[in-house]
Design a protein around this ligand. Sequence first.
Ligand code: TIU
Length: 230
Amino acid sequence: MPTITAARPAAYAFDLHTTALLVIDMQRDFLEPGGFGESLGNDVGQLRRTIGPLTALLAGARAAGLTVLHTREGHLPDLSDCPPAKLERGAPSRRIGDPGPNGRILIRGEYGHDIVDELAPLPGEPVIDKPGKGAFYATGLDELLAERNVRSLLVTGVTTEVCVHTTVREANDRGYECLVLADCVGSYFPEFQRVGLDMIAAQGGIFGWVADSMDVLAVLPTTPVLQPSS
Ligand code: TIU
């Protein structure tokens, strides 16, 4: 089994037949000006450093034949799946559903809701639309992973302390092992990036493991393994 000896808090061994790459919410709404992230007062440029390493990791995972899944946070056009507390919270410059330069903020089907061009899903790669921060809440992700016999997740995306953390906690409670790739997850807040990763690996790996994408690329095969479902 490929093993990442440099992982924190301890080595991470994963079976290529039961491991998937999960790319969380790499959407224009979080990474580009005029979207949800900027409406909350964030410097969206903080997240762009994840795109290069994630592009390379995606290529490596695809070459190795791993299942690749993408998620998008967003809501139905009538906002029926958006809790009032989420809609009304804070004082953003634009609220969810308001018009913006990339379409209505965080609404499914809008340009801003979709994944950035550099990381566009390939045909056949599942894209899970989720109304919450966690990728398991109100989605079919658990069933989809079970169908493909996935037990281990390589976790990437944005933001580290919000959707990545929520998803890793949900996954951990469901029995999945999660390796979070530090250079492929991003936060608007440098201190949250550092502490968010420390929280995952602390206490013997209370929620999972942390490593860098280079460590994964170093152990991935360059030709596809056969996934059980294929
Ligand atoms: N605001 C923030 O940091 N994140 C989110 O609202 N969603 C995700 O993390 N995807």
